[in-house]
Design a protein around this ligand. Structure first.
Ligand code: COA
Length: 235
């Protein structure tokens, strides 16, 4: 049997590098593809302002690479994209990995105003807000530097896309095998969002990491990789 393909979608202001601690550890057993959404990382373009518009780019990639039975993984806004694609009924998706995300992703008005006022201050604030008590200063600084590589305009667009996303009434119809991972100290997508997904998506598995914030794939990468690996091997 061929190795599972894991297609990973980053969140607001992120890039494929969100998954940098997964490439080495998971690629010996699985095929890992991490997209840069338009305007992020190495992808050109101006970004999008809705989750369905971002979905189109992920669907195009799956089609152009003719990916089948994909495990579609998404973090935060990327999780909203994965949920929406599952709800569209894409026949290319065989399972979901939902990391620090939710069925509704309303954004604090203060996040919009600070990005508009001073992007450098916004990076500092959002960067700190993203991590839990177990994260090292080095990791937090590394992530702030990566966030700063995208423009304020792209970040505003991403948060606009998150803010209008609401699939709370629809996610109950998802029946794909699903793994949900969330930090117990996540302040951007509180763990109750993941509990809600777990409750609504029949047969889903959920794991909640102690001393972990919004970035479990970076904050506790070994534990995260083990959970994902066990899930993929069971499919
Ligand atoms: N899953 C389950 N429940 C959810 C949910 C989700 N994804 N999103 C919201 N809810 C619940 C809330 O808990 C709340 O329930 P309650 O009335 O029992 O407390 C209700 O739905 C309404 O919440 P919300 O839609 O978020 O509106 P709000 O006006 O109460 O709060 C914010 C708005 C922005 C303050 C709040 O969403 C928040 O703190 N968000 C997290 C911080 C942030 O900006 N994150 C960025 C996400 S990308």
């Amino acid at each position: 049997m061929s190795a599972a393909t894991l297609l990973l979608v980053h969140g607001a202001g992120g890039s494929h590098l969100t998954w940098r601690r997964q490439f080495d550890k998971l690629s010996d057993k699985f095929r890992i593809i991490a997209i840069d959404l338009p305007g992020h990382g190495r992808s050109e373009g101006g970004g999008e302002v809705t989750v369905p518009a971002y979905c189109r780019h992920v669907l195009d990639l799956m089609e152009s690479l003719d990916l089948r039975n994909v495990v579609l993984g998404g973090h935060s806004m990327g999780g909203a994209i994965a949920l929406e694609i599952a709800l569209m009924g894409s026949s290319r998706v065989g399972a979901l990995l939902l990391v620090g995300t939710g069925a509704r992703l309303r954004v604090l008005p203060a996040i919009f105003s600070i990005i508009r006022e001073d992007f450098v201050v916004a990076i500092e604030g959002v960067g700190n807000f993203m991590f839990g008590s177990g994260a090292s200063g080095d990791l937090i600084n590394e992530e702030k530097q990566l966030l700063a590589k995208n423009s304020g305009d792209i970040m505003l667009k991403d948060f606009t896309a998150c803010d209008s996303f609401d699939a709370k009434d629809r996610v109950g119809s998802i029946s794909l095998p699903t793994l949900i991972v969330c930090g117990k100290e996540d302040r951007l997508t509180p763990s109750k969002y993941s509990e809600f997904l777990h409750e609504k998506i029949a047969g889903s598995e959920a794991v909640f990491f102690d001393e972990c914030g919004h970035m479990p794939m970076l904050e506790q990468s070994d534990k995260f990789n083990n959970c994902v690996s066990s899930f993929l091997l069971k499919l």
